[in-house]
Design a protein around this ligand. Structure first.
Ligand code: NAD
Ligand code: MLT
Length: 525
């Protein structure tokens, strides 16, 4: 039975799903060394933000197939190391969107109306109404940095509160911003104009200390900052200093450069609201993320694809839904063409035909590469590392599209150049989802892929088929089906045989000695 390690607190709903298919061990708060020492036993690791999945953890995880992050941010996982090792990393991109957005809005209003301090004061038996005069957000300008899922929800609620909306996000169109009631502006403009700045970006080299000395200098002295995104997007020391010196209105922070928050000047300041990374901490969000990620771990254990893998090129849930039937086709064709080309592949040309020409190509290219490399790398190659492995082997990958080929709704043509020269295969899906090989080296055929296949290139002359049949019979090899493809009568042709058994040693070279046979290849799928 598969084994899953859950190393952060995860809602029981997720544990229940995992328990259907695996032995689940819950060990929260493990020291790094202990995690490294036990991780080799596990097929899957499920975490939240507490566990740091370092390169060392990943390298020790010899049996790990999947790391599931019950949340959005995967900055606590060494993704390049996981990718290199072929480990799928999945997250829950939407499970806590509303929770985080509502927390950011709550933080903005709390800061504006001094609610946390006023609450403390009343609880300390004071009644000080003068001290806690706040500011309204109505008609103020809200600057949203990062207009993704959370930023978009914050913007729509901000609009409902009567705020003017500015947004900065270099990856979002003006049209999308407009739909959300936001004016897309540059960062400097947003810093100068906003009364409230709310951050909803991932932590990247570009967003690290996005709010710091330099940006604060551009802001109004009354501007209030809200960070419910990631620690480090805000330079906490710079913010504390600016608030102390009256150059910044205040800050509401849920995430910190170091968590738990260590000694920090922020604790002592008025106009600062601090929460301990509570953005996703609602009952609803915890169930959502746990179920979302547990389902993906369960699927991968059952050999199914994950829907929100962050390290499979181009594969998101949407794309996956449309391409799922074609992934197996691409992989099968890749496997065949790689064997026909004799390994040591230098170049793979992937052409998507018909309706597929309009679809996202990347996952199909990755699937073809996985198939191409699987005879050599076996289970070490998967959708996660196929592209890296191919590049490391110096395989040149060319993607082309050809909408004009309309024999099937969607078809894939692969051409590989390897130790045995250039070979090509074409394949399509039938309406019932079955795969058909529709041509080999340009010769039209129509055969389903089977476990053991024999291809010959020969002259289309009488007697050849009989000779091959007798030869195989003499070696006790049973033929399940046979088909010939030719372009012209008595010209060159291909013969495709599905065999019940692998060819015994030496039979292939006997076949090539038959008069009229120019070449012969076996493929094992
Ligand atoms: P998302 O991917 O939907 O949105 C992020 C947006 O940031 C994208 O639109 C992207 O284009 C934009 N972006 C990237 N680089 C940028 C840059 N340099 N400048 C401006 N915009 C940039 O992600 P999301 O689900 O909205 O999450 C946003 C952040 O919130 C993430 O960092 C996530 O980890 C964090 N988060 C925190 C909590 C919490 O508990 N506090 C909960 C959930 C998510
Ligand atoms: C996230 O990225 O989803 C958040 O940090 C929430 C969390 O896991 O606590």
């Amino acid at each position: 039975m598969a084994k899953v390690l859950v190393s952060d607190s995860i809602d029981q709903a997720g544990i229940d799903i995992l328990s259907q298919v695996a032995q689940v061990d819950i060990k929260v708060g493990l020291p790094l060394e202990e995690l490294i020492s036990i991780i080799p036993e596990y097929d899957a690791l499920m975490i939240r933000s507490g566990t740091k999945v370092t390169k060392e953890v990943i390298e020790a995880g010899k049996n790990l197939k999947i790391i599931g992050r019950a949340g959005v941010g995967v900055d606590n996982v060494d993704i390049p190391a996981a990718t290199r090792q072929g480990i799928i990393v999945v997250n829950s991109p939407e499970g806590n969107t509303i929770a985080a957005a509502e927390h950011a809005l709550a933080m903005m209003l709390s800061l504006s109306r001094h609610i946390p301090d006023a609450n403390q004061s009343v609880k300390a038996k004071e009644w000080n109404r003068k001290k806690f005069i706040g500011a309204e957000v109505y008609k103020k300008t809200l600057g949203v940095v990062g207009l993704g899922k959370i930023g978009a929800h914050v913007a729509s609620v901000g609009k409902a509160l009567g705020m003017k909306l500015l947004a900065y996000d270099p990856f979002i169109s003006e049209e999308r911003a407009g739909q959300l009631g936001c004016r897309l502006v540059d960062l400097d403009y947003l810093f100068r104009e906003a009364d409230y700045i709310t951050l909803h970006v991932p932590k990247t080299p570009e967003t690290t200390h996005l709010i710091g000395e330099e940006s604060i200098a551009k802001m109004k002295p009354t501007t209030r900052i809200v960070n419910c995104a990631r620690g480090g997007v805000v330079d906490e020391a710079a913010v504390a200093k600016a608030i102390q010196e009256g150059r910044l209105g205040g800050a509401a922070l849920d995430v910190f450069e170091e968590e738990p928050l260590g000694d920090s000047e922020l604790r002592a300041l008025d106009n600062v609201v601090l929460t301990p990374h509570l953005g996703a901490s609602t009952a609803e969000a915890q169930v959502n993320v746990a179920v979302d990620v547990a389902e993906q771990i369960r699927d991968v254990i059952l050999g199914l694809p994950a829907r929100s893998a962050v390290n499979i090129p181009g594969l998101n849930a949407n794309v996956m839904e449309k391409l799922r039937p074609y992934l197996q086709l691409a992989e099968t064709l890749g496997n065949m063409v790689g064997q026909l080309a004799g390994g040591r592949i230098e170049k793979l040309n992937v052409t998507l035909q018909g309706d597929l020409a309009e679809k996202e190509a990347k996952p199909l290219v990755v699937a073809a590469l996985k198939g191409l490399l699987s005879p050599a790398l076996r289970e070490r190659v998967n959708y996660v590392n196929a592209e890296i492995e191919a590049k490391e082997r110096g395989i040149r990958i060319i993607e082309t599209r050809d909408e004009s080929v309309r024999d099937y709704t969607g078809a894939i043509h692969l051409e590989a150049t390897g130790a045995d020269g250039e070979h090509s295969v074409n394949g399509a899906l039938l309406s019932d989802g079955d795969i058909r090989i529709t041509s080999i080296n340009g010769f039209p055929i129509n055969v389903p892929p089977t476990g053991y296949m024999l291809f010959t290139l020969h002259r289309d002359v009488p007697g050849i088929i009989g000779k091959i049949g007798s030869l195989l019979g003499s070696f006790n090899v049973n033929i399940a089906s046979m088909q010939v493809g030719r372009k012209i009568v008595r010209g060159d042709a291909v013969m495709v045989l599905s065999l019940d058994d692998p060819l015994p040693e030496g039979v292939l070279s006997e076949i090539t000695k038959v008069t009229g046979i120019r070449d012969a290849y076996t493929v094992k799928l």
